[in-house]
Write a new protein. Structure first.
Length: 338
C-alpha cells in the first residue's frame, strides 16, 4: 500500500475492514489524549514500549473539518493541514491510533470525524477537558451538564460512521448524576467510555477518586469502562484494575514522566535514554520544534533547573541546540516500586 498506508489499509492487510472493525477496549493499557503532548512522537514512543492503543491530543472540530489530507513523501507521513498549519500527523507505525475530537455540536463533530476517519481506527469525543479554551467553546467538560447535546453528538457519529465511537468524561457532582450520564452514553451504543476520576474543578495535584470508579463498575454497564487518574507505574495499573474493576487503564501524566510505563518487561530504563529516543523520533517525523521542546520539558520537569541537560533544554531555540543531549550519559535509572 505504499509508504503512507491508511488505517483502513493496515486493517485490510489483516483481513479486516473499517466496516467490520471492532476495537477491543477490554484488558488494555492505553495512552491518554493530552493537549500538546499527544502528537506523533509521543504516540510512537508509547507504542514502542507496548501501549495497546494511543489517543491523539484534542483535535478541534472546526479546524480538522477544514483540513486537507496530504501525503508527505519526504517524511512518509500523512498530514492534515488547515490554513497552512499542521493539525494532525500520522504514519504507518502510528497504529492503532484513536483521534480525539473537541466539539460542541453534532454537525461539526461529524464533519471533523469524516475528514480523518480513514486514517484512524476509532473516534473519541472529549467531554472532560476543564481547560478554559475548551469550556468557553462549549467543548470538553462543558458537555457534562448538557446530556441532550451529548446524546446528539454520539448518536450522530454512530449513525454515520463505520468505526468505533467512544468518549471521555469526568465524574460529576453526585454519584447519581454520573450514573445518569453514563446510562445515557451507554444507550447511544458507544464502544467504550473513559472516566477521569476527578471532578471538573479538581486539578492534577488533588487525588483522584478511585472509589468512584469502583462504584460505577459495580452498577453494571455493558460498555467497557476505562479508568484514568493517578497511574504512575505498572503496579498502579494492576492495582486500579483490582481495586476498581475497570476493564482497562488509561495513563496520562505517568506516561509523560516515564513512557516506558507501558512495558511489561522487567528491564532497566534510564531517563536519558527515553529523552534521546523521543528526540530521535521527533526529528525523524519532522515534529515542530517548539512542540517537541514543550513535551521534553514535561518529561524532564523535575530536572530542568538542576542538571546540565535541563539547562540545555530550557535555553534551546532549535533542534541543533538539543543535539548535545544525544551525548548525555545514561545514569538516571527509573526506579521500580518495591
Amino acid at each position: 500500500f505504499g509508504k503512507n498506508a491508511t488505517s483502513e489499509q493496515l486493517l485490510e492487510e489483516n483481513g479486516q475492514t473499517l466496516t467490520d472493525m471492532e476495537v477491543d477496549y477490554r484488558n488494555k493499557v492505553v495512552l491518554a489524549p493530552m493537549v500538546r503532548v499527544g502528537t506523533l512522537p509521543m504516540r510512537l514512543l508509547a507504542l514502542e514500549y507496548g501501549a495497546d492503543l494511543v489517543w491523539s491530543d484534542e483535535l478541534v472540530d472546526l479546524r480538522l473539518s477544514k483540513a486537507v489530507r496530504t501525503e508527505n513523501e519526504e517524511l512518509n507521513t500523512v498530514d492534515f493541514i488547515a490554513e497552512g498549519k499542521l493539525i494532525y500527523r500520522t504514519c504507518k507505525k502510528d497504529f492503532p491510533n484513536i483521534a480525539q475530537i473537541g466539539t460542541g455540536n453534532s454537525i461539526t463533530a461529524l464533519a471533523a470525524a469524516q475528514a480523518i476517519c480513514t486514517d484512524v481506527v476509532a473516534i473519541d469525543v472529549n467531554m472532560g477537558c476543564p481547560k478554559r479554551f475548551s469550556v468557553i467553546g462549549g467543548m470538553g467538560a462543558a458537555l457534562l451538564t448538557q446530556p441532550e447535546k451529548v446524546k446528539d453528538i454520539l448518536t450522530t457519529l454512530k449513525r454515520n460512521l463505520n468505526l468505533p465511537i467512544t468518549c471521555k468524561i469526568r465524574i460529576l457532582e453526585t454519584r447519581q448524576k454520573t450514573i445518569d450520564l453514563l446510562r445515557l452514553i451507554e444507550n447511544t451504543g458507544v464502544s467504550a467510555v473513559t472516566i477521569h476520576a476527578r471532578k471538573t474543578e479538581e486539578r492534577p495535584h488533588q487525588p483522584s477518586h478511585w472509589e468512584e470508579l469502583k462504584f460505577i463498575t459495580e452498577c453494571g454497564f455493558s460498555m467497557p469502562i476505562i479508568g484514568n487518574g493517578d497511574v504512575y507505574c505498572q503496579e498502579d495499573v494492576e492495582r486500579m484494575k483490582k481495586e476498581t474493576g475497570v476493564d482497562s487503564v488509561m495513563i496520562a501524566r505517568g506516561a509523560i514522566l516515564n513512557p516506558s510505563i507501558f512495558s511489561k518487561n522487567d528491564v532497566d530504563c534510564y531517563r536519558e535514554d527515553l529523552m534521546k529516543r523521543y528526540l530521535k523520533i521527533a526529528l525523524e517525523t519532522g515534529n515542530d520544534f517548539w512542540n517537541s521542546k514543550y513535551v521534553m520539558m514535561q518529561m524532564w520537569k523535575d530536572l530542568l533547573s538542576s542538571t546540565r541537560d535541563g539547562d540545555i533544554l530550557t535555553h534551546s531555540k532549535s533542534y541543533s541546540d538539543l543535539l548535545p543531549l544525544f551525548n548525555a550519559s545514561s545514569h538516571r535509572l527509573l526506579k521500580k516500586p518495591a
